[in-house]
Design a protein around this ligand. Structure first.
Ligand code: SF4
Length: 368
């Protein structure tokens, strides 16, 4: 699938439109959209229990309890204690419900007709089975705790990503910043239909190439946002594969773990600006320098090589302080200053490069 989708937004719009329609149609019966499936489940399964409704509709218990109580108070349903298990109550529709249920079914049928005019007649069964498959996937995924590592792209061999080494480069998605100058727009605003790489095939590729590459570079987005990163790095350590990681320095705890366990051999720190202008350059409202200074301290005390990269631009560096940054990055082995490039992939496509004179000045004052 190449076309960009926004399934989340579409489902949201569909759900709100459906709710609006049902709430309006059900008003004469003093019923709401939320009550409707519960009422129909009871009518179609007289004697059903609240727990069975929870399971069938994938509801939380509180929602079902609230709707059952309301339907009971309105006189649409009644309940009786189970003869075999005193903790259970069986639910039944009342005669009042039975007098209105035909109209309610007609309302539901009417909404179905409105929606299905969008699907060619012969394709409805296929559409419904695909929708069911989506629902089943959603149920399974919503009950799954851990997220796999989200690899966005793999460069099998790069001579530039790790100076002096031939490296494989793995790009992960997602970032806690939204830097106006970020060139990875589709990586931090991940399209729903983005094709991510399967971690299993990445591991296979690593095994295939372990004799040919001198190391692996992991870059982002922000790699330390990924839940499975540390265990992935431990696997690489077991395979004796050196790792260079690129981070924005906002995750000192996993960084400390990497340094203590020897999971990374080199770190590249992405610096956004001096501390006074950090928030603006990171696309945040405010910036707490605590985690960054902790990371800098960890790196300063670590026995590995690390470098810092700063990208300057024409907007957020007007009165920034190179001296403060030089002091902040005093322990770095290398500092590189690059000038912003205006591209379509940029988060703020209007952001431009710093003028040549200013750029050269920053380079002279910071680079080493
Ligand atoms: S920290 Fe890097 S990856 Fe994250 S938004 Fe900023 S430029 Fe993009």
């Amino acid at each position: 699938m190449d076309a960009h989708t926004d399934l989340l937004l579409d489902l949201n719009i569909l759900s709100r439109a459906t709710q609006k329609y049902y709430d309006r149609q059900l008003q004469p019966f003093n019923l709401t959209y939320a009550q409707l499936p519960v009422l129909l489940m009871i009518y179609e399964g007289e004697g059903i229990t609240a727990n069975q409704i929870v399971n069938q509709g994938q509801y939380d218990k509180g929602t079902v309890t609230k709707n059952v109580q309301k339907l009971e108070a309105q006189g649409y349903i009644e309940s009786s204690l189970s003869r075999t298990d005193k903790r259970l109550r069986h639910l039944y529709t009342t005669d009042l419900a039975k007098t209105v249920i035909a109209q309610i079914y007609a309302i539901r049928r009417d909404w179905w007709n409105h929606l299905m005019t969008a699907i060619p007649c012969g394709e409805v069964p296929l559409f419904l089975s695909q929708t069911r498959a989506l629902v089943e996937n959603a149920i399974v995924a919503s009950n799954t705790q851990s997220m796999p590592l989200l690899f966005y792209r793999m460069e099998r061999l790069s001579a530039r990503a790790w100076p002096g080494r031939l490296a494989m480069v793995l790009h992960v998605t997602g970032c806690n910043f939204r830097c106006p100058g970020c060139q990875q727009r589709s990586r931090i605003m991940l399209p729903e239909d983005a094709r991510l790489l399967d971690p299993g095939s990445i591991r296979e590729e690593i095994d295939r190439r372990s004799g040919f590459v001198d190391g692996i570079v992991i870059t982002g987005g922000e790699p330390f946002l990924q839940n499975g990163l540390i265990s992935f790095l431990r696997d690489l350590k077991d395979k004796h594969i050196p790792v260079r990681i690129k981070t924005n320095g906002l995750f000192p705890d996993p960084l400390a773990c990497c340094l203590q366990e020897g999971l990374v051999q080199e770190v590249s720190l992405e610096i956004r600006n001096d501390l006074r202008h950090y928030a603006a350059s990171a696309g945040l409202k405010s910036f707490d320098p605590g985690p960054l200074t902790r990371s800098l301290k960890l790196l300063g005390n670590a026995e590995i090589s690390w470098d810092a990269v700063l990208e300057v631009d024409d907007s957020w560096f007007q009165d920034s302080d190179p001296g403060q940054l030089a002091a902040l990055l005093a322990d770095a082995d290398h500092i590189r200053v690059i000038n912003h490039k205006r591209t379509e992939q940029c988060v703020d496509p209007n952001l431009g490069p710093m003028d040549e004179h200013g750029y050269r000045d920053w380079k002279e004052r910071l680079e080493k």
